[in-house]
Every structure is written in structure tokens, then in C-alpha cells.
Design a protein around this ligand. Structure first.
Ligand SMILES: N[C@H](CCC[C@H](N)C(=O)O)C(=O)O
Length: 274
């Protein structure tokens, strides 16, 4: 089977192309964990399986490093858009995922734009365990009388996100607070946890503790989630530059059709057969 290593803003993926194999790539969770986080050697944030699709040019299956299968991965969508676009010799590609059909576009400067569709804003769609206003939900982290984090905004991009807006992102030890939110009882399916510092109305500094993968150098759906929550709270415009540890993404929550567009670089690292 053909294996490709790629990254989007240093969010790293191992992509297994099962489209011409005798059977689709459907590993057990333990196998995923072994590939993503080997005892030695390079690690990956997500493992991606490519399958044939009736509705699109390719079907993309996504597993987090902990072995859990999930429905959306923005940076991997951009990598797959590039891979299949090059293969088919066409810039526009339809990627089928468990969350629906995504459209990707290869831009002249080598970046890739993916239309992630509309954000889901209702408490049931995140999902939350109970009815709440998703512009600020009832979560407090830290001492009861002086929480260090509270009232994240929530949105689903096909996967659940909680975004804390903070004054100084450097103040937070994300590996210690991230897990406290990731599996908080308010999020029955877990949640990706964003820490967003609004620098101005068109720039956000963002770090994300990802569900099932931990602190990654970039999170595409996390960047979409942070922009949607910021614009919804009138902290930014509907288009902004997202500055992540591993690079920059431009996110636009388009007014005309309510779709969220994510644009950024991709990098082909290696390709081999195994
Ligand atoms: N950890 C996420 C999936 C990968 C998201 C991220 N790598 C992206 O680029 O969107 C989840 O459990 O929903």
C-alpha cells in the first residue's frame, strides 16, 4: 500500500492510500496508536485512510493518534486536496468525509483552500450534555473562587470545539489545562480545546489542545472554530489571519452562504510503499 507523509502548518499526517488495495485500510485502534505514536521515530497527529468514493473524488477516513475515529480534520483535508488534485490534474477536488462532502481548491501560490461548509452553533450539534448558550458555556477550570479559565464559546465544524478567549496565551500551561476540558462532562463526545488571543480585528494567535492528539502545532478545524466564535462575539471581522505555532491559516466565514473557508500551506514530506 502507498503511504504518504504530509503536513499542514506542521500538523502531521500519515496517509494510507487503500483505493487500489484488496481491502480498504481499516486498522484497529491499537494499530493506529502504534503508527501515530511509535516508541521511537517520527509521530503523527492523525492517521488518514483514502478510499474510493461514489459522491466525491476520494473518501477520507480520519483517526486521531489515540486511535479514535473522527469526522473532520481541516489540515488533512487540505493535504488530501493537494494530493488528489495533483493526481487527477485538476485544482478542484471533492473530498467525502463522515461529516459530509468538502470542496478543496489548489491555489496558484501552492496553498490549498477547503470549504468546510457551515459551522453548527446549536448546543445539540456540538454536542453539549445540556441546553446552553454556545456563545459562552458554563465551564470553569481552576479554583472555584478564582477560575483560570471559564465560559468558552463552542461550535462544531463536523467535530466539537470549545474556544477560550484569553488576554495572554503564554500564561497557560496547555498540556495541564487542556485535558481537563477535553473530557469535561459537559462534552459527551469530548472536545478540541482552543486558546485564542485576539491581537486585532483581523488577527488571532491560537493554540489548540486537540481531542485524541494533544497539543499540536496547528489545528485546521480549530482555526475555523476560533474565527467563527470570535466573529460571533464581535471580537473580529469574519475573515482573519490565524497565527498557530506551526504556521498561519486564513479563515473566512463567508456571509453569502455561511460557509467557512480555510486557506494555508501544505507540505509533502515522503512517499513510499509498504
Ligand atoms: N482532533 C480532532 C481531529 C483533527 C483536527 C485537526 N488536526 C484539524 O486540522 O482540523 C478531533 O478529534 O475532532
Amino acid at each position: 500500500m502507498r503511504v504518504i507523509h504530509m503536513n499542514g502548518c506542521s500538523n502531521r499526517f500519515a496517509i494510507f492510500d487503500g483505493r487500489h488495495a484488496n481491502a480498504p485500510f481499516r486498522p484497529q485502534a491499537e494499530q493506529i496508536r502504534h503508527i501515530a505514536r511509535p516508541r521511537s521515530g517520527e509521530s503523527f497527529d492523525q492517521i488518514i485512510g483514502l478510499e474510493n468514493s461514489e459522491r466525491g473524488d476520494v473518501f477520507m477516513r480520519i483517526w486521531n493518534a489515540d486511535g479514535s475515529e473522527v469526522k473532520a480534520c481541516g489540515n488533512a483535508s487540505r493535504c488530501v486536496g493537494h494530493l488528489i488534485g495533483k493526481e487527477l490534474g485538476q485544482p478542484d477536488i471533492k473530498i467525502e468525509t463522515e461529516a459530509g462532502l468538502l470542496q478543496s481548491y489548489m491555489n496558484d501560490d501552492g496553498s490549498v483552500t477547503v470549504d468546510m461548509g457551515s459551522p453548527l452553533l446549536s448546543w445539540e450539534s456540538i454536542p453539549l450534555a445540556e441546553k446552553m448558550d454556545t456563545r459562552g458555556v458554563d465551564v470553569k477550570i481552576g479554583p472555584i473562587d478564582a477560575p483560570v479559565l471559564s465560559r468558552p464559546a463552542c461550535v462544531s465544524m463536523g467535530n466539537p470545539h470549545a474556544v477560550f478567549f484569553v488576554d495572554d496565551i503564554a500564561r497557560f500551561d496547555i498540556p495541564s489545562v487542556g485535558p481537563l476540558v477535553e473530557w469535561h462532562p459537559l462534552f459527551p463526545e469530548g472536545v478540541n480545546v482552543g486558546f485564542a488571543q485576539v491581537l486585532d480585528r483581523e488577527t488571532i494567535r491560537l493554540r489548540v489542545w486537540e481531542r485524541g492528539a494533544g497539543l499540536t502545532l496547528a489545528c485546521g478545524t480549530g482555526a475555523c472554530a476560533a474565527l467563527v466564535c470570535a466573529a460571533r462575539l464581535d471580537k473580529t471581522e469574519r475573515k482573519a489571519r490565524m497565527i498557530l505555532d506551526g504556521g498561519e491559516l486564513v479563515i473566512e466565514w463567508r456571509e453569502s452562504d455561511d460557509h467557512v473557508l480555510m486557506t494555508g500551506p501544505i507540505e509533502m514530506e515522503a512517499e513510499f510503499n509498504q
